[in-house]
Design a protein around this ligand. Sequence first.
Ligand code: FAD
Ligand code: DHB
Length: 390
Amino acid sequence: MRTQVGIVGAGPAGLLLSQLLHLRGIETVILERRSREYVEGRIRAGVLEQGTVDLLNKAQVGERMRRVGLVHEGIELSFGGRRHRIDFRALTGKAVTVYGQTELTKDLIGARLAAGGKIVFEAEDVSVHDFDRDRPKLRFRKGGRAHVLSCDFIGGCDGFHGVCRASVPRDALTTYERTYPFAWLGILAETPPVSDELIYCQHERGFALFSMRSPSLSRLYIQCAPDENLDEWPDARIWDELRARLGGDAAEALQSGPSLEKSIAPMRSFVAEPMRFGRLFLAGDAAHIVPPTGAKGLNLAAADVRVLARALTEFYASGRTGLIEAYSDACLRRVWKAQRFSWWMTSMLHRFPERQPFDDRLQLAELDYVTGSIAASTALAENYVGLPLD
Ligand code: FAD
Ligand code: DHB
């Protein structure tokens, strides 16, 4: 088997890369460890930056997103018993779109398969070879048979626990990491959102986030311990905790509803540098992880593959390798700014177990400053809606 670009992973990064390359006449094959049902059912991120929305439209997969995605022109920050709105439209002229990663994944898979694109689901034992030479290879097993896929380049889009980053020689990689002393417990619930916009709550019981997927579906998160046991969190306890952290009239208005999904996500900041080794490119979570507070994970994955698709397009059109060589640096500039923003939002909104009373006062002063100063709220807004793409 042969293709131009072999892609490992059918998450947002791998699927969008495949779609962008297809539109430039470049052939790809995606190898995905899980089944199509599993990939399409995985509930994760929900907020798309305006640049991501524009990219999806350009990639011709924006039709459903334009129809059912919810355009949000601001968020609310709740602390000290009050809610404060950050008005993205007024501060930046931009907005974000709330559209589940699950839906985006379905749209991308649908578009690739409709155009005859090749995605091998349930590909087992994928391994990457010879990416330091001209003819890299992907080996895998499917239905008990061994296969070899030769390609010109490999897109390592296989997430944080994937095989691509792990295949790079250790001394060729520098990694930067921070883990946080808490996690998020998230539920998807059949109940109308408590507000038209997302509410990020700083509270002495811990952080809470009120998000949504549609006018009848809420996505809710509470800060919990990293080793929290889900069995100890029946729905009623989660709703009580959400109400306590939200407070005020909104807490009374919050309607409990059956939870369709419940999971715990760890919180970590991680970057691997560089993001290219010869003909292997890392993109998305394979190269970096952000804590979810800034809603940046999925958006960074999209920004990486935009840069990568351009670089490969230039190579196939002209043989020039300038953009390929610039790939890692171009991505990492954006990645580190998203890391900074995600770390800052996380620090400003969560309760840290080892904190001192002095830290609590600083946290509240920071929130007071951010919501009271045009300069500071603009800094939050311009990062949240997404820094400009070059
Ligand atoms: P992924 O979506 O992880 O896709 C990688 C794909 O590669 C997967 O389909 C995987 O099955 C496949 N794969 C892995 N290993 C192999 C292998 N060896 N062979 C073949 N295929 C392989 N971000 C937010 O902004 N907000 C959130 O609320 C949020 N919640 C999250 C919750 C969880 C539990 C996780 C894990 C992430 C969350 N994120 C969130 C982050 C966001 O979802 C990711 O940044 C985004 O999915 C990155 O896309 P990706 O394509 O790079 O990686
Ligand atoms: C969602 C997730 C986030 O991490 C975030 O910051 C905002 C919204 C969500 O899943 O809706």
